[in-house]
Design a protein around this ligand. Structure first.
Ligand SMILES: Cc1cc2nc3c(=O)[nH]c(=O)nc-3n(C[C@H](O)[C@H](O)[C@H](O)COP(=O)(O)OP(=O)(O)OC[C@H]3O[C@@H](n4cnc5c(N)ncnc54)[C@H](O)[C@@H]3O)c2cc1C
Length: 401
C-alpha cells in the first residue's frame, strides 16, 4: 500500500509486465506519483525467454538490475533440430532459436523473471492495484477522470497504456485494434512443462512435415527444473478467437498441431494442464501517433514488433526510459514530452518492426536447411541474419536525462 504523501504529477499506468513497471521505476525516480493497475491478480507468470539487448542493457545498468539479469539468464548452451523420430538433424552451440547468437552480450531471461526483477527494483511509493482494470477514461484540459472495474473512481494528470498488443487503453482512447494491428502469419503458444526430455541448458526444435511453420520447441529453464514449450503454426487465415479464452486457444493449438511426429502428442497433453499459458498471433502495432491529449501508449500497446522482432522487451524498456526522461525534461508539460518521446523513438521502432519481417523470411529459409540437415547453409544464413540484426539492435544510443 502506498502511504507516502502525493508528490509530483499523478500518473496512472495500465499493465504490469515489462513496459509498465519500467516506466513506474523511472517516473518515481523523477518525482512523479505513480499508480500501476494490472488486470491479473499478481505479476503474470509464464511467457517465453525474452531478450534484453543493446540500449536496454544500458537502461538495465542505469536501473541497477543488470547483474541480477545476468545471474538469472536462461544460460543456453545450444540447440538441436530433430526429425519425427527424434533423430538429430542439426546442432549448434553458436546460436539458439529463441535467443539468436550466443556470443552476443544480450541477456536471455524468462519474461516473468524479468517482470519480477523490475517490479522489485521500483521505489516503495509506487502503488500497484492488481486484479483491476480501467473501465472508462474521460479527459479534459486539466486531468483524466478514470473509473475502474473494481476500485473507486480517481483522477490523474496522465494515463499511460502499457497493456500489451491487445491494449484496452488504446481501444478506449484511439479506437478498435483492427485499425492498428498487422498479422504476420504465425501463431505461437508458450507454456511451462516438466523437463521431460532431461535437457541441460539446451533447446530442441521439431518442424512437422507438410511445409510452413508447424512444430514445437522445448527448452530447459531454471537450471533444468522446468522446461518451456513453444507450439507454433501458420494459420490458414488470421486468428480471430477471443484472446482471453484460454480453453478455446488450447483447442485451436491442439487441432492445428494434431499428428504423432516427435513428442507432439505428449506436448499437447502437457499444454492442457500447464500452470500458465500464453497464446498470440505474431502481430505488430502501427500507429501514426502514440498519444492523444493526456493519454500515451508504451511498449507493445503502441508499437509491438511481434516475437519475430526479438526486440519487444528492448523497445519496452527503452521506451519507458525515454518517456519518463522526456516528461522530466519538459517539467511535466505532457504535450512537449509526448512529441519528444515520439521523435526520439520513432526511427528505432520502425527499424525493429522491419527487422521482424526480414527475420521471418530468413528464419524460414534457415529452418528448411536445418531440417534438411544442411548445416553449412543454415549457419551461413544465421550469420548473415545476426550481422544485420546486431546493426539494428545497437542503432539507438541512450541519452542522459
Ligand atoms: C503472460 C505473458 C506471456 C508472454 N509471452 C510472450 C512470449 O512467449 N513471446 C513473446 O514474444 N512475447 C510474449 N509476451 C509479450 C512480451 O512480454 C512483450 O512483447 C514485451 O515484453 C513488451 O512488454 P509490454 O509490457 O509492452 O507488454 P506485455 O508483456 O504484453 O504486458 C501487458 C500487461 O498488461 C496487462 N493487461 C492487459 N490488459 C489489461 C487491462 N485491461 N488492465 C490492466 N492490465 C492489463 C497484461 O496482463 C500484462 O501484464 C508475453 C506477455 C505476457 C503478459
Amino acid at each position: 500500500m502506498n502511504t507516502s504523501e502525493p508528490s509530483g504529477p499523478r500518473v496512472l499506468i495500465s499493465g504490469a509486465s515489462i513496459a509498465g513497471p519500467s516506466l513506474a521505476y523511472w517516473l518515481d525516480r523523477h518525482g512523479f506519483e505513480v499508480t500501476v493497475v494490472e488486470r491479473a491478480p499478481k505479476v503474470r507468470p509464464g511467457g517465453q525467454a525474452i531478450d534484453v539487448r543493446g540500449p536496454a542493457l544500458e537502461v538495465a545498468e542505469r536501473m541497477g538490475i543488470l547483474g541480477e539479469l545476468r545471474a538469472r539468464s536462461v544460460g543456453m548452451r545450444g540447440m538441436s533440430v530433430v526429425d519425427g523420430d527424434g533423430a538429430e538433424l542439426y546442432r549448434s552451440t553458436e546460436r539458439t532459436v529463441s535467443g539468436g547468437d550466443l556470443g552476443s552480450p544480450d541477456i536471455e531471461i524468462l519474461r516473468d523473471d524479468l517482470a519480477e526483477i523490475i517490479v522489485a527494483a521500483g521505489g516503495e511509493a509506487i502503488e500497484y492495484l492488481f486484479d483491476d482494470s480501467i473501465a472508462s477514461l474521460e479527459q479534459d484540459e486539466d486531468e483524466v477522470r478514470v473509473t475502474f472495474e473494481r476500485g473507486p473512481r480517481r483522477s490523474y494528470d496522465l494515463v499511460v497504456g502499457a497493456d500489451g498488443l491487445h491494449s484496452h487503453t488504446r481501444r478506449l482512447v484511439f479506437g478498435p485494434t483492427e485499425q492498428f494491428i498487422r498479422h504476420l502469419g504465425t501463431c505461437m503458444a508458450v507454456c511451462t512443462v516438466p523437463n521431460f526430455l532431461g535437457l541441460d541448458h539446451w533447446q530442441v526444435m521439431h518442424q512437422m512435415p507438410g511445409g510452413g511453420m508447424r512444430g514445437a520447441m522445448v527448452m530447459s529453464v531454471r537450471d533444468g527444473t522446468q522446461a518451456r514449450a513453444y507450439l507454433m503454426f501458420d494459420p490458414a487465415e488470421p486468428i480471430t478467437c477471443d484472446h482471453r479464452d484460454i480453453h478455446g486457444q488450447k483447442n485451436l493449438v491442439a487441432r492445428e498441431l494434431a499428428g504423432d511426429s516427435w513428442q507432439m502428442p505428449r506436448l499437447l497433453e502437457l499444454m492442457r494442464s500447464a500452470p500458465d499459458f500464453h497464446f498470440d498471433s505474431a502481430s505488430q502495432i502501427h500507429m501514426d501517433s502514440w498519444s492523444k491529449g493526456r493519454v500515451v501508449l508504451l511498449g507493445d500497446a503502441g508499437y509491438c514488433g511481434s516475437p519475430l522482432s526479438g526486440q519487444g522487451t528492448t523497445m519496452a524498456m527503452v521506451g519507458a526510459y525515454v518517456l519518463a526522461g522526456e516528461l522530466k525534461a519538459a517539467d511535466g508539460d505532457h504535450t512537449t514530452a509526448f512529441t519528444a518521446y515520439d521523435k526520439e523513438l520513432r526511427d528505432y521502432v520502425r527499424a525493429n518492426q522491419e527487422v521482424a519481417i526480414t527475420n521471418m523470411s530468413l528464419r524460414r529459409a534457415q529452418l528448411e536447411q536445418e531440417a534438411g540437415g544442411s548445416s553449412a547453409a543454415a549457419d551461413a544464413l544465421a550469420e548473415a541474419d545476426a550481422a544485420t540484426f546486431a546493426e539494428v539492435v545497437t542503432s539507438y544510443t541512450v541519452k542522459d536525462y
